[in-house]
Write a protein that binds this ligand. Structure first.
Ligand code: GLN
Length: 478
């Protein structure tokens, strides 16, 4: 039996029936990582010893005949911006190169309570700022489907790990598309939950009003299993909430699908449009009602996102001062730092990479007196308009279908010289974060072997609905 291609349920069955042990399962993933991670660079840290001892614990439970939860013994990979107690957490940055997490993020605690095995921490764009994982301080991750291409970003290490069969499931984080866009590039499933659906406690902050943690998996069913464990109110994150939305099974017959005209325009690869339209047609053939809708403020979404996200980031990243966390020029023997200001400037100047410094400068500028009203406050107003576009659309439709990304995976190095080109990768995903909505990306075909993602956007806290709808496609339409 090929252990690494099983779903979570099948893995659970195999473990429960003693067809293989949790240690065997973990070892099969670890061996694969050992052999192939060098060429993909998906993992920054592999937790071999702790993974094996977590697996042993599960085997003991199996021996004793104890009932296992679905995720017991399931080997997972965690984006290196989510804290796992006792394990290095770099956020892809030199400034946190030696930072050891002092506690578990809430989502990690919840997954550990279910008995998961943590295989390691995965690569990302520094502080999750990027769309290709090329902004990592620890070298780019490569797309397992084509090693000359990016896996997308910023959760590229996690999506590559799932696509390469390095793990059964992974966690990523989103601010403007960082789960969905790389999921689409790697041909896997990625869910961005409603803002507040999953606790952010223990997630290193990028832009706090947009950030969310979410699952990356091979199937929608697996995605649902992981999401149901990590979701829900957490006393340690005041923005987290318990969803009250009921989750009766959704049907395709009578489903009202909105297709926003602003998302099917020039600039998007025509082959991507073709595949997404083909997927929509399948739903229509099975009784869904497809309706063109308009989200008129879409054209302002990226400008709005690239003011709000850097502004919040500049405030959040002020804590890395060379004193409290990680990399510090003051501790370095050859340091030329004479004053406290020198320590700040040199530690931040050398500790942060180019894209992070660019965003800090942008953010500080738009928050500074004299510009605050013109940029930050105005961007917040535009954010409200974008949100209202979705509210209005959802009066008429149940879900919204779009491409996840305008192109399939691009070549390594293709967009690194031009940050604006890179920012365009988020054109279909960032509006969803601004509007705080849930959305899932699922594979809907490929262009010459390169996967293309279909994005399904739902009303707040309707994760179950969009997963139901996505699962129907996965099971029968593709
Ligand atoms: N690519 C976007 C950015 O660079 C989104 C990143 C993310 O979702 N973390 O900001």
């Amino acid at each position: 039996m090929e252990l690494r291609t099983l779903t979570i349920k099948k893995t659970h069955e195999g473990l429960s029936k003693k067809e293989f042990s949790a240690v065997e399962l973990t070892n099969s993933y670890l061996e694969k990582i050992e052999k192939e991670n060098k060429s993909i660079n998906s993992f920054l840290t592999v937790c071999k010893d702790s993974a094996l001892s977590q697996a042993k614990e599960i085997d003991k439970k199996i021996e004793k005949g104890q009932r296992l939860s679905l995720l017991a013994g399931a080997p997972g990979a965690i984006k290196d911006i989510i804290l796992v107690e006792g394990v290095k957490c770099t956020a892809g940055s030199k400034i946190l190169e030696n930072y050891i997490a002092p506690y578990d993020a809430t989502c990690i605690k919840r997954l550990k309570d279910q008995g998961i095995v943590i295989l390691g921490k995965t690569n990302l764009d520094e502080f999750a700022m990027g769309s290709s994982t090329e902004n990592s301080a620890f070298e780019a991750t490569k797309n397992p489907i084509d090693l000359t291409r990016v896996p997308g970003g910023s959760s590229g290490g996690s999506t590559a790990a799932v696509a390469a069969d390095f793990c059964l499931f992974a966690l990523g984080s989103e601010t403007g598309g960082s789960i969905r866009q790389p999921a689409s590039f790697c041909g896997v499933v990625g869910l961005k939950p409603t803002y507040g659906a999953v606790s952010r406690y223990g997630l290193i902050h990028f832009a706090s009003s947009l950030d969310q943690i979410g699952p990356i998996t091979k199937t929608v069913e697996d995605c649902r299993i992981v999401f149901n464990v990590i979701k829900g109110k957490d006393e340690l994150d005041s923005t987290s909430v318990e969803s009250k939305v009921s989750s009766s099974k959704s049907q395709v017959a009578g489903l009202r699908i909105g297709v926003p005209k602003e998302y099917f325009v020039e600039g998007t690869d025509p082959e991507v449009i073709k595949l997404v339209k083909r997927a929509i047609k399948k739903y229509e053939e099975n009784g869904a009602k497809v309706e063109e809708i308009s989200l008129p403020h879409t054209e302002y979404a990226l400008s709005c996102y690239y003011i709000i996200a850097p502004s919040e980031a500049s405030a959040n990243l002020a804590r890395y001062d060379g004193i409290k966390y990680g990399f510090s020029k003051v501790k370095n023997q050859e340091s030329k730092a004479k004053t406290l200001m020198d320590v700040y400037l040199q530690s931040r100047g050398e500790g942060f990479g180019e894209e992070v410094r660019r965003r800090i400068m942008l953010g500080i500028y738009s928050l500074s007196s004299g510009y605050y009203e013109a940029y930050y406050v105005r961007a917040q107003k535009v954010r409200t308009l974008i949100k209202k576009d979705f509210d209005k659309a959802f009066e008429k439709v149940d879900v919204i279908f779009t491409p996840t990304s305008p192109t399939p995976a691009f070549k390594l190095g293709e967009k690194t010289k031009d940050p604006l080109q890179m920012y365009l990768s988020d054109i279909f995903t960032a509006p969803v974060n601004l509007a705080e909505l849930p959305a899932i990306s699922i594979p809907c075909g490929d262009i010459g072997g390169l996967p293309v993602g279909l994005q399904i956007i739902g009303k707040p806290f309707e994760e179950e609905k969009i997963m139901d709808i996505a699962q129907i496609f996965e099971k029968g339409y593709s």
